[in-house]
Design a protein. Structure first.
Ligand SMILES: Cc1cc2nc3c(=O)[nH]c(=O)nc-3n(C[C@H](O)[C@H](O)[C@H](O)COP(=O)(O)O)c2cc1C
Length: 161
Protein backbone atom coordinates (compact mmCIF):
# COMPACT_ATOMS: atom_id res chain seq x y z
CA UNK A 1 0.00 0.00 0.00
CA UNK A 2 1.31 3.44 -0.89
CA UNK A 3 0.94 5.78 2.07
CA UNK A 4 -0.08 9.32 1.15
CA UNK A 5 1.59 11.75 3.57
CA UNK A 6 -1.41 14.09 3.82
CA UNK A 7 -3.80 11.22 4.56
CA UNK A 8 -1.31 9.77 7.04
CA UNK A 9 -1.09 13.08 8.90
CA UNK A 10 -4.90 13.20 9.10
CA UNK A 11 -5.07 9.56 10.26
CA UNK A 12 -2.45 10.19 12.97
CA UNK A 13 -4.50 13.21 14.06
CA UNK A 14 -7.35 10.87 15.04
CA UNK A 15 -5.36 9.97 18.12
CA UNK A 16 -6.56 12.61 20.62
CA UNK A 17 -3.68 13.98 22.68
CA UNK A 18 -2.86 16.55 25.28
CA UNK A 19 -0.50 19.36 24.34
CA UNK A 20 2.85 20.22 25.86
CA UNK A 21 5.41 22.97 25.54
CA UNK A 22 8.85 21.40 25.76
CA UNK A 23 11.50 23.86 26.90
CA UNK A 24 15.28 23.91 27.05
CA UNK A 25 18.21 26.33 26.90
CA UNK A 26 20.27 27.35 23.90
CA UNK A 27 24.08 27.62 23.84
CA UNK A 28 23.87 31.15 25.33
CA UNK A 29 21.64 29.94 28.16
CA UNK A 30 18.58 31.61 26.62
CA UNK A 31 15.25 29.79 27.01
CA UNK A 32 13.66 28.05 24.03
CA UNK A 33 10.47 26.07 23.63
CA UNK A 34 8.27 24.27 21.15
CA UNK A 35 4.66 23.16 21.20
CA UNK A 36 4.61 19.35 20.98
CA UNK A 37 1.93 16.68 21.20
CA UNK A 38 4.40 13.82 20.67
CA UNK A 39 4.90 13.56 24.44
CA UNK A 40 4.45 10.12 25.99
CA UNK A 41 5.21 8.52 29.31
CA UNK A 42 7.66 5.62 28.91
CA UNK A 43 8.82 4.08 32.19
CA UNK A 44 8.12 4.37 35.94
CA UNK A 45 11.42 2.88 37.15
CA UNK A 46 13.52 4.59 36.02
CA UNK A 47 11.12 7.50 35.40
CA UNK A 48 11.30 8.14 31.65
CA UNK A 49 9.32 10.24 29.17
CA UNK A 50 9.71 10.95 25.45
CA UNK A 51 8.90 13.53 22.81
CA UNK A 52 10.05 13.90 19.21
CA UNK A 53 11.33 16.89 17.26
CA UNK A 54 11.03 17.49 13.53
CA UNK A 55 14.47 17.37 11.89
CA UNK A 56 13.60 20.68 10.24
CA UNK A 57 12.82 22.46 13.52
CA UNK A 58 14.90 25.48 14.41
CA UNK A 59 15.21 24.27 18.03
CA UNK A 60 16.42 20.73 17.26
CA UNK A 61 20.14 21.42 17.55
CA UNK A 62 19.73 23.21 20.88
CA UNK A 63 17.80 20.25 22.32
CA UNK A 64 20.60 17.93 21.12
CA UNK A 65 23.37 20.06 22.63
CA UNK A 66 21.75 20.99 25.96
CA UNK A 67 20.92 17.34 26.89
CA UNK A 68 18.06 18.52 29.10
CA UNK A 69 14.46 19.54 28.69
CA UNK A 70 11.28 20.27 30.62
CA UNK A 71 7.85 19.01 29.62
CA UNK A 72 4.95 21.34 30.49
CA UNK A 73 1.48 19.83 30.04
CA UNK A 74 -0.87 22.65 29.03
CA UNK A 75 -4.18 23.60 30.60
CA UNK A 76 -7.19 25.07 28.81
CA UNK A 77 -5.98 28.55 29.86
CA UNK A 78 -2.76 28.13 27.84
CA UNK A 79 -4.14 27.89 24.28
CA UNK A 80 -2.57 31.24 23.30
CA UNK A 81 0.81 30.01 24.51
CA UNK A 82 0.39 26.80 22.53
CA UNK A 83 -0.12 28.89 19.37
CA UNK A 84 2.83 31.13 20.15
CA UNK A 85 5.28 28.27 20.73
CA UNK A 86 4.12 26.52 17.54
CA UNK A 87 5.64 29.30 15.40
CA UNK A 88 9.23 29.65 14.27
CA UNK A 89 11.24 32.85 14.57
CA UNK A 90 8.98 34.76 16.93
CA UNK A 91 9.70 36.16 20.37
CA UNK A 92 8.06 33.38 22.33
CA UNK A 93 9.00 34.54 25.83
CA UNK A 94 7.74 38.10 26.34
CA UNK A 95 5.26 38.10 29.22
CA UNK A 96 5.63 34.35 29.87
CA UNK A 97 5.90 33.49 33.59
CA UNK A 98 8.22 30.62 34.47
CA UNK A 99 10.57 29.31 37.12
CA UNK A 100 13.56 27.01 36.88
CA UNK A 101 14.55 23.94 38.89
CA UNK A 102 17.54 21.54 38.66
CA UNK A 103 18.17 21.65 34.92
CA UNK A 104 17.46 25.37 34.44
CA UNK A 105 14.84 24.65 31.75
CA UNK A 106 11.72 26.85 31.98
CA UNK A 107 8.84 25.44 34.07
CA UNK A 108 5.78 27.32 32.83
CA UNK A 109 3.44 28.81 35.43
CA UNK A 110 -0.13 27.52 35.12
CA UNK A 111 0.71 24.15 33.59
CA UNK A 112 -1.23 21.02 34.50
CA UNK A 113 2.00 19.17 35.23
CA UNK A 114 5.71 19.76 34.57
CA UNK A 115 8.62 17.33 34.36
CA UNK A 116 12.24 18.51 34.59
CA UNK A 117 14.39 16.00 32.66
CA UNK A 118 17.94 15.09 31.68
CA UNK A 119 18.23 13.53 28.23
CA UNK A 120 18.64 9.78 28.68
CA UNK A 121 19.00 8.82 25.02
CA UNK A 122 18.09 10.05 21.55
CA UNK A 123 16.91 7.83 18.72
CA UNK A 124 16.48 8.12 14.97
CA UNK A 125 12.78 8.60 14.31
CA UNK A 126 12.77 9.08 10.53
CA UNK A 127 12.04 12.73 9.84
CA UNK A 128 11.98 13.31 13.63
CA UNK A 129 14.51 12.78 16.44
CA UNK A 130 13.12 10.98 19.51
CA UNK A 131 14.29 12.33 22.88
CA UNK A 132 13.91 10.13 25.95
CA UNK A 133 14.47 11.93 29.25
CA UNK A 134 14.83 10.90 32.89
CA UNK A 135 12.54 12.88 35.17
CA UNK A 136 14.45 14.61 37.99
CA UNK A 137 11.66 16.75 39.44
CA UNK A 138 7.96 17.26 38.78
CA UNK A 139 4.90 19.23 39.82
CA UNK A 140 1.18 18.65 39.44
CA UNK A 141 -1.87 20.95 39.52
CA UNK A 142 -4.98 18.77 39.74
CA UNK A 143 -7.40 21.75 39.75
CA UNK A 144 -6.73 22.54 36.07
CA UNK A 145 -8.31 21.02 32.93
CA UNK A 146 -6.18 19.71 30.04
CA UNK A 147 -5.96 21.40 26.64
CA UNK A 148 -6.58 18.67 24.05
CA UNK A 149 -5.77 18.30 20.34
CA UNK A 150 -7.87 16.22 17.96
CA UNK A 151 -8.03 16.23 14.12
CA UNK A 152 -6.00 19.42 13.93
CA UNK A 153 -8.11 21.39 16.41
CA UNK A 154 -8.03 22.27 20.07
CA UNK A 155 -10.59 20.52 22.22
CA UNK A 156 -11.59 20.07 25.85
CA UNK A 157 -12.64 17.14 27.96
CA UNK A 158 -16.35 16.47 27.32
CA UNK A 159 -18.63 18.16 29.83
CA UNK A 160 -16.03 20.72 30.90
CA UNK A 161 -16.43 24.35 29.89
C1 LIG B 1 -0.64 20.90 18.53
C2 LIG B 1 0.76 20.91 17.96
C3 LIG B 1 1.63 19.87 18.22
C4 LIG B 1 2.93 19.87 17.70
N1 LIG B 1 3.75 18.81 18.00
C5 LIG B 1 5.03 18.82 17.56
C6 LIG B 1 5.92 17.77 17.93
O1 LIG B 1 5.58 16.85 18.67
N2 LIG B 1 7.20 17.83 17.45
C7 LIG B 1 7.63 18.84 16.64
O2 LIG B 1 8.79 18.84 16.23
N3 LIG B 1 6.80 19.85 16.28
C8 LIG B 1 5.51 19.87 16.73
N4 LIG B 1 4.68 20.90 16.41
C9 LIG B 1 5.18 21.99 15.57
C10 LIG B 1 6.13 22.93 16.32
O3 LIG B 1 5.50 23.46 17.48
C11 LIG B 1 6.59 24.06 15.40
O4 LIG B 1 7.26 23.51 14.29
C12 LIG B 1 7.49 25.10 16.07
O5 LIG B 1 7.74 26.13 15.14
C13 LIG B 1 8.82 24.53 16.52
O6 LIG B 1 9.56 25.57 17.13
P1 LIG B 1 10.94 26.11 16.48
O7 LIG B 1 10.62 26.51 15.06
O8 LIG B 1 11.31 27.29 17.33
O9 LIG B 1 11.91 24.99 16.55
C14 LIG B 1 3.38 20.93 16.91
C15 LIG B 1 2.50 22.00 16.65
C16 LIG B 1 1.21 22.00 17.19
C17 LIG B 1 0.28 23.17 16.92
Amino acid sequence: MTIDTKELRFAFGNFATGITIVTSLDADGEPLGITANSFSSVSLDPPLVLFSVDRGAYSLEAFQISRRFAINILSTDQEDMSNRFAKASVDKWSGVDFETWETGCPILTGSLASFDCRTWQTYDGGDHVIFVGEVEQMSLNTDLEPLLFFRGRYDRVLGKS
